[in-house]
Write a protein that binds this ligand. Sequence first.
Ligand code: PLP
Ligand SMILES: N[C@@H](CCOP(=O)(O)O)C(=O)O
Length: 464
Amino acid sequence: MRYVSTRGDAPELDFAGATLAGLARDGGLYVPTEWPTLTRDDIAALAGLSYAETAVRVMLPFVGDSLSEDELRALCETAYGRFSHKGVTPLVQLDHDQWLLELFHGPTLAFKDVALQLLGLLFERFLTGTSERLTIVGATSGDTGSAAIDAVAGRENIDIFMLHPAGRVSDVQRRQMTTVLSPNVHNIAIEGDFDTAQALVKAMFNDPGFSGRFRLSAVNSINWARLMAQVVYYFYAAVRLGGPDKAIAFSVPTGNFGDVFAGYVAAQMGLPIARLIVATNVNDILHRALSTGDYSSATVTPTATPSMDIQVSSNFERLLHDLGGRDGLALGDQMRGFESSRAMRLTNAQQQGAASLFQSARVDADRMAQAMRWACDNAAQTIDPHTAIALAAALDSGIDAPMVTLATAHPAKFPDAVERAIGTRAPLPPRVGDLFEREERYVTLPATFEAVTAWIAERATPRA
Ligand SMILES: Cc1ncc(COP(=O)(O)O)c(C=O)c1O
Ligand SMILES: N[C@@H](CCOP(=O)(O)O)C(=O)O
């Protein structure tokens, strides 16, 4: 399988190359040249397989010659062997046709572990035998940071520099990053919001001086391998609920549009999906874009769902590319227009193409809290606020199909918001139980390219 940039002006790469590159040289995102498909029989044959084996069958077409099937299987078994639930991503029934897909049984208690545990191993595998040292630069609104750090802490040949918005992640989220004291882990609190941190990271890739000096790579969902690994759980859940004979709907708490784009990829691969609900909090750029065609960025409002406090959604570019006939050069113009004005209109083809699979909902803080209480009262489930945004959207959707809400984080990551909604705090699971006794280490920097790159340059290893 080959990978091209959404902006049509970067070298084509194989899977290993796209994984190590992260962002394309022209500022675009790597996508496969075509969507591989699984037949109905292939999908039906996934029933009863373990999560790791499902992952092998779904991801194999994407890895091409970069890994053998046995190598991929060994990596999947290692990655998913670290999850605390045997089913890795178990389904929990809430009501007649309402389900939760629990994606938070990995080491850092959020769905990011599903992809990042694998990505850490892929980096190590693709660096083996080279003399290269990777400098990972990432931005997090709370969950990607800890999952990526857990995946690469202590690994030879990798340094990680993770930017988070100062004071805008929960205490648990911050401590999950800043208490990892391995010498290759560097946490930077940015005086700004997540969008600013994400823009700084992209600017590092796009600056020839900086990216020429260090071998940069990405752990955010701008890295194709992140999304590829997230496609798997759509298949895994759907076959357990009657797929491919039944079409399943999914409701996805959305910020950077990575998780729900993975659902779109599953649909392109042949999985019957009834609808994909893009559920946003009041930072609703995606809801406005999908319902009116107006993709214009507003100031980020801090909420009780900090991981979704995003107003520039990286992966939306991948959808617009696919729906715009994969015309990279035209999309490059459209995206550069957005980057300079922070506003753009979707074309008719993009808007209509999106409407055939996606619907969207904007969920405010009151409706989110009601959904948390509904889960508690009706199904004895304590859910996290991000999951509650998607559950509210699912309950209000009017969709007549089995509905799976993606439970993206463990409620213990957001104890204050959970307590405000349902009156009790969710305890931290034993694997992170002593988090508040651990020493923290991070630096706070102004949100300027100069300040951040100077700090990183003092600590990263230049290319050989
Ligand atoms: C708990 C949680 N839910 C939902 C999201 C939104 O997912 P995405 O950015 O893939 O849209 C995030 C952040 O990515 C998150 O950490
Ligand atoms: N919500 C994310 C933001 C980054 O998203 P990513 O999926 O692109 O890594 C976070 O928790 O960090």
